[in-house]
Design a protein around this ligand. Structure first.
Ligand code: CUK
Ligand code: CUA
Length: 623
């Protein structure tokens, strides 16, 4: 995204004009100083000790592959949830189950968190996310703030345009940023227009098993798909996604993907697509059901939109969708109702790749073009029917009325906001009150840490007529999108309940044992303040002896059923580490390929005698 900064040349005149204007309207640090926070702002963000924040903010960690959890309005970071990347602090990616989930990948690129919904509102149960880096999708359980499932999505590359869920979490759609040949087989780039495809995957979530599944896929034209949103209420069966590079350029996209005056919004009816699959109107591609719109008509339409749009957002009433043109300084409001009418009347202006194109004039409601506002990217909503759009280039938030097009207020932010997030601001019932601007640059807002500066989040009070920035905090890379949910909608568990059906669990020290099956050694142990017990009958119950080459499984149960008493388990010099939360059973498995004596210890400071919570792994050499 940083490439939009006005060093690029040779683009369309409008963009050059835009880039020049950037210098004029970008707030300098002096203006910012005049905006600096006051005592009354500080009071608004101050949450006294003993009190809790009103909202949870789930902030994407971008290419850290993680999710960061903050409290709003205090803007205190409460938790890091590892999703697509290993995390030594929690042993995520080290224990057997999470290692298997990560599938050997050591990073991910998480852009858009999506909380599960009921009737278009967050229900606080799960959070979905996709990985642009390695084409995966994940689900996080919000009762334990842990990742439960990760699925690899074949035939696709970089599901950036995701995750977004339909209003009752029926589907989670994953359109891709990169076009590739189906199955990612080798095809020369000269064959791009015929052999490459953008693919949208429809995923379902099985809540009782906490598993993601791929229901079907759609082979879209070889364009880049940027962002998407699901319809609500009267548009609840529909969804929209933006595209760019409909020029089908294969090199120097910076210039070549910005040639055409118009790209398209893809509008589709997911119920019709599901019916097509039911009717067998698909082809099997690498084990997936793939709909080819050029062969099977229906369900998908194109709406022309100002060049290279970035975000598209459905209004809370479900009546409109708003596209933001990162290169055309304009928000375009489209009407679902008009689109449905045009589809019914077959009011088309030709087709591309077999997909009918609706006429711009038949679907557009209005164009909104605030003076000197440049680089509109993403829009959020409040409880009063107002929209808030981030302006990447002119570094501001614009508040406007999407029903009239009237611009109501503008506030500078520091600097270059990507998304913003309002309290439940993308649901059917936005809360108003707070908006957080997720800024790509902080410049000199904080103590210097060298050439690379942190990103920032700015908390904006949107309860009044005028927006007011009331707090600025540094943010971990990289806040793309976030969702803010009322804290009382999240119901966490205090401890993991006993699970007698789990064959790996041991709840009494007298049940601990070490079982050998050929080369496999299974340790059924407990952790309790402040000792490990692996075999209560052994002379030293807190040590484990195996033979070099054994495949060792440590099944460890934390039998401290007290909130907040987490134990860690690490084996010195074996690069192994996991955690067991209160009541939890977790397994670590490894090949004991190095002979020798290796201390094992608890990594979480769990009691006054935590330092005593140690033992030995003895690996007897072969022969
Ligand atoms: S993107 Cu980063 S600012 Cu991935 Cu939603 Cu627009
Ligand atoms: Cu258990 Cu420290």
């Amino acid at each position: 995204m940083k490439k939009w900064i006005p060093i690029a040349t040779g683009l369309a005149a409008g963009f050059v004009a835009a880039t020049i204007a950037f210098a004029n309207v970008s707030p300098s640090l002096t203006t910012q100083a005049s905006n600096s926070n006051t005592k009354s702002d500080a009071e608004k963000v101050y949450v006294p000790y003993g009190q809790k924040d009103e909202y949870y903010l789930f902030d994407s960690g971008g290419h850290s592959g993680q999710l960061f959890v903050y409290g709003v309005p205090s803007m205190r970071e409460i938790r890091t949830i590892p999703v697509f990347s290993p995390d030594p602090a929690t042993g995520y990616g080290f224990d057997t189950a999470s290692k298997k989930m990560l599938g050997g990948y050591t990073w991910g690129d998480l852009h858009h968190p999506a909380i599960s919904e009921t009737n278009g509102n967050y229900n606080g149960k799960y959070l979905f996310a996709t990985d642009v880096g390695n084409s995966r999708a994940a689900v996080v359980n919000l009762s334990s703030f842990t990742t439960k499932d990760i699925i690899n999505v074949p035939n696709t590359s970089g599901p950036h345009c995701a995750a977004f869920v339909t209003q009752n979490t029926e589907y989670l759609f994953l359109p891709t940023r990169f076009a590739v040949p189906l199955g990612q087989e080798y095809q020369p780039l000269d064959q791009y227009s015929t052999k490459y495809r953008g693919v949208m995957s429809a995923l379902t979530f099985n809540e009782s098993k906490e598993k993601l599944n791929i229901a079907y896929q759609v082979a879209l034209p070889p364009w880049s798909y940027d962002l998407s949103d699901a319809g609500k209420k009267s548009s609840g069966d529909w969804a929209v996604l933006t595209s760019y590079n409909t020029e089908e350029a294969t090199t120097t996209l910076e210039i070549n993907a910005s040639q055409a005056d118009r790209d398209y919004i893809v509008l589709f009816n997911w119920k019709e697509l599901a019916q097509m699959v039911k009717d067998g109107k698909y082809e099997e591609v690498n084990g997936q059901k793939m709909i080819f719109p050029e062969k099977e008509k229906g369900g998908i339409y194109l709406v022309p939109v100002a060049k290279s749009p970035h975000g598209v957002d459905v209004t809370p009433d479900g009546k409109y969708f708003i596209a933001s043109g990162k290169l055309a300084p304009m928000m375009t409001v489209f009407s679902f109702e008009k689109a449905f009418k045009a589809i019914e009347n077959k009011d088309f202006a030709g087709e591309r790749n077999g997909i009918p194109i609706l006429k711009y004039k038949s679907v557009v409601e209005r164009e909104v073009n605030p003076e000197n506002a440049l680089g509109p990217l993403h829009t959020q909503f409040d409880d009063k029917g107002y929209a808030y759009t981030t302006m990447f280039i002119s570094s501001e938030i614009v508040k406007w009325n999407y029903k009239t097009g009237e611009v109501l207020d503008r506030v500078p932010v520091q600097y270059a906001p990507g998304h913003s997030v309002a309290a439940e601001g993308d649901t059917a019932s936005p809360q108003g009150k707070y908006l957080v601007s997720l800024n790509k640059m902080s410049k000199d807002n904080f103590l210097s840490v060298g050439p690379s500066h942190p990103e920032t989040m700015q908390l904006i009070d949107i309860s009044g007529k005028k927006m007011r920035v009331i707090d600025t905090v540094p943010a971990n890379p990289e806040p793309h999108y976030a969702q803010m949910i009322r804290a009382d909608k999240i119901h966490t568990i205090n401890v993991y309940p006993k699970d007698p059906s789990n064959p790996d669990a041991v709840y009494k020290q007298t049940d601990t044992r070490i079982v050998r099956k050929g080369n496999e050694v299974h340790v059924y142990g407990t952790a309790v303040r402040s000792r490990f017990t692996f075999d209560h009958t052994a002379k030293r119950p807190d040590s484990i002896e195996v033979n070099q080459g054994d495949h060792v499984f440590i099944h460890l149960t934390n039998i401290d059923f007290d909130e907040d008493i987490t134990h860690g388990f690490a084996i010195n010099s074996y690069n192994l580490n996991m955690e067991v939360q209160p009541g939890q059973t977790n397994t670590l498995d490894f090949i004991a390929d190095k002979a020798g004596t290796y201390p094992l210890y608890c990594t979480n400071f769990c009691s006054a005698l935590h330092q005593e919570m140690t033992g030995y792994l003895l690996v007897k050499p072969k022969n």
